[in-house]
Design a protein around this ligand. Structure first.
Ligand code: BG6
Length: 290
């Protein structure tokens, strides 16, 4: 399905929310209010930018990211659904599911007390997905999956959030102490986080399980904390590709690993969700700076 044309999207414009051509003319929703600026591409419903007024950017998007309307955008909040990483049975299926490379449809816009809200949706064969993005002094992203069929449907999800940091060598993450995780760099071996904050000294790629608590990215370089709050998701992925993997990635600059880490909110492995026919599941993600 093609992206909706900008003239068709114009009827959804609100004060503080316009539809404009983004990079390479891809249709995008541009938020601009007293509280914050943000941008979402209809391609993948990918939020690429969020910047509260007077602050540095919260979301990292690579300067080498593709904006070709085909590949996933490297940065922001790509949506991985209905599977995370490789497909459970089909090795030829794309990594991280089907919807981060699909054109999503705008279904509604509303003005809320927090700021403008944009609602989008996309359909897969068995599942329907919707996103509600509200831009204010916090960024609120709601993801809703619904089972359209007459049989149970299992899915995984990751809201694959790339967060800016001043310097990865100084950054640390709290909130995941003592949590079990699957180590993607060790054949998904199950391990337990110790009592210390997570720091970055080499490639790190972990799926933390049964995590309901807030997770905080501490950034002493920029004198800022980013708090990641969620409901409805049980997993938190922490990822930084470090030096060698960055060099292998065509859509990431060689030095850019120093300026982001991913804290992904989702439902992965043991925390995957099975929807009964007609049932829906909602995940709420909030990003707030302190
Ligand atoms: C992370 C995975 O979520 O996404 C990593 O844990 C992966 O293993 C990374 O490398 C990026 O994936 P992709 O498909 O966007 O290159």
């Amino acid at each position: 399905m093609m992206s909706q044309a900008l003239d068709e999207l114009a009827r959804h414009a609100l004060p503080g929310l316009a539809f404009t051509p983004g990079r390479h003319q891809l249709p995008a929703a541009q938020f601009h209010t007293d509280q914050a600026d943000a941008r979402l591409y209809l391609h993948g419903a990918t939020v690429t930018d969020y910047q509260p007024a007077g602050q540095k950017p919260v979301l990292f998007t690579s300067r080498a990211a593709y904006f070709d309307g085909k590949k996933a955008i490297r940065g922001g909040i790509p949506v991985c659904f209905p599977w995370f990483s490789t497909h459970p049975t089909d090795p030829d299926a794309p990594a991280h599911g089907l919807v981060r490379t699909k054109p999503w449809q705008v279904t509604a816009t509303t003005q809320t007390p927090q700021g403008p809200r944009l609602e989008l949706a996309t359909n897969l064969e068995h599942l329907h997905a919707a996103i509600h993005l509200t831009v204010g002094s916090a960024l609120q992203l709601r993801f809703i999956a619904s089972n359209k069929t007459t049989t149970p449907q299992r899915f995984e999800l990751a809201l694959h959030t790339y967060l800016c940091v001043g310097n990865i060598h100084q950054a640390r993450i709290t909130g995941l102490e003592h949590a079990d995780y699957l180590d993607n760099l060790d054949h998904r071996a199950r391990k337990t986080q110790d009592a210390d904050p997570i720091t970055f000294t080499s490639e790190l790629d972990r799926v933390y399980l049964d995590t309901q608590q807030d997770v905080t990215l501490h950034d002493p370089t920029w004198n800022r904390r980013i708090v990641v709050q969620q409901t409805g998701a049980g997993s938190t992925v922490v990822w930084n590709p470090w030096i060698d993997k960055s060099k292998r990635m065509a859509d990431l600059g060689d030095e850019e690993y120093e300026h982001f880490c991913c804290i992904e909110t989702g439902c992965i492995a043991d925390n995957a969700i099975t929807l009964e026919p007609g049932q829906s599941h909602t995940v709420d993600l909030t990003l707030q700076t302190k």
